[in-house]
Design a protein around this ligand. Structure first.
Ligand code: SAM
Ligand code: SF4
Length: 339
């Protein structure tokens, strides 16, 4: 049996994000182009292939899996995949290979239909993306989403016993006056909130520079009206959290551009085509689908993963010049790799 997953910079990999589809029922302005071309279905892994790859990672020490996309809940029969991955969930404190957490990131539009099945499969937390509480602005930002559906999905998740973190991409001139309202609303419904800087990934037909809002400035401004108590607990993830004393809920900041978080990175990503990305912001990785479909053994899969990890980049090189400067990032869309 192979040892656990350690990259060449000594970082242990315990978290896998899996994009289950590149398709989506929305076209958010920072994520997709209006006229996205999606992958042919034959290019996308089937559930048996996804499960086999996930099992390979779990046996090597991955303890948390997040399903994402595209929109994971538009993949047909997604509940089946969630149920089979849920069988890897292990009791607290157990040392046998298994998952401590299975979760997903969703735009919430289909969450009402799936919430109960997700809970029954063992999902206890989801991230729901929601950038604004204004119905018209929501329709503009998502290009085809309906706010009431996402709100309904959030409520269904909470009613089913699933904790919710709202993910909000901060956009200059779009939702930058809404953060107080979002903090208050999250407090009312009992959800955490995480603000995210726009990352330059793929062509979306929008100018990244005009959207970019550095969260250091936002945090400073919020601190004049809210009591933000720093939390030291780190999940190995990119978010830095505070507790909002007035609501009791957590507020996170994901700042890939204004503050780099790569030194403690514990994650890798599997695209819906079986490509392993060792960094969200770089092209490095390995084609695991080729190994799978070429009849590769479990050991060959493990060896390919090890080889890719030995090249995991030290960090990303995202960059957005503040005033008309350079914009740099990968050419692939976030929906391919899984955000
Ligand atoms: N469709 C699901 C959703 O929207 O939650 C899951 C996939 S989406 C790609 C995952 C997360 O990535 C979302 O929270 C979304 O807001 C975020 N995202 C997408 N493109 C982004 C970008 N260019 N910069 C920052 N965050 C982005
Ligand atoms: Fe779809 Fe999520 Fe991308 Fe929006 S952020 S277009 S909901 S994949």
């Amino acid at each position: 049996m192979r040892s656990s997953l350690i990259d060449s910079h000594g970082r242990a990999i315990s978290y896998l994000r899996v994009s289950v589809t590149d398709r989506c029922d929305m076209r958010c302005v920072y994520c997709m182009a209006e006229d996205m071309e999606f992958l042919p279905r034959a290019d996308v892994l089937d559930f048996a292939e996804m499960e086999r790859l996930c099992a390979s990672f779990i046996r090597r020490g991955v303890t948390r899996i997040r399903l994402t996309g595209g929109e994971p809940l538009v993949r047909r029969d997604i509940d089946t995949l969630v149920r089979s991955l849920g069988r890897w969930l292990r009791p607290k404190g157990s040392s046998t290979p298994g998952l401590d957490e299975l979760t997903l990131t969703t735009n919430g539009s289909q969450l009402r239909q799936h919430a109960k099945a997700l809970y029954e499969a063992g999902v206890r937390r989801v991230n729901v993306s929601l950038d604004t509480l204004d119905p018209e602005r929501f329709a503009t930002v998502t290009r085809r989403g309906r706010l009431h559906q996402t709100l309904d999905g959030v409520q269904a998740a909470l009613d089913s016993g699933i904790a919710v973190r709202i993910n909000t991409v901060a956009m200059a001139g779009v939702n930058d006056r809404e953060f107080d309202q979002l903090i208050g609303w999250c407090g009312e419904i009992g959800a955490d909130l995480c603000l995210i800087e726009t990352m330059p990934m793929g062509d979306t037909g929008e100018d990244r520079r005009s959207q970019y809002l550095p969260l250091v400035d936002i945090r400073r401004d919020l601190a004049t009206r809210w009591t933000l108590e720093p939390l030291t607990v780190r999940t190995g993830g990119p978010a830095r959290y505070v507790r909002v004393a007035e609501t009791g809920k957590k507020l996170g900041f994901i700042t890939p551009l204004s503050h780099n978080f790569c030194e403690s990175c514990n994650r890798v990503r599997l695209s819906c085509t079986g490509r392993l990305y060792t960094c969200l912001g770089q092209e490095d990785g390995a084609d695991l689908r080729a190994v799978l479909r070429g009849g590769g053994s479990d050991d060959q899969i493990a060896a390919t993963i090890d080889d890719a990890l030995s090249h995991k980049p030290k960090g990303h090189d995202f960059m957005i010049g503040r005033r008309g400067g350079e914009v740099s990032g990968p050419v692939r869309h976030m929906s391919v790799t899984g955000g």
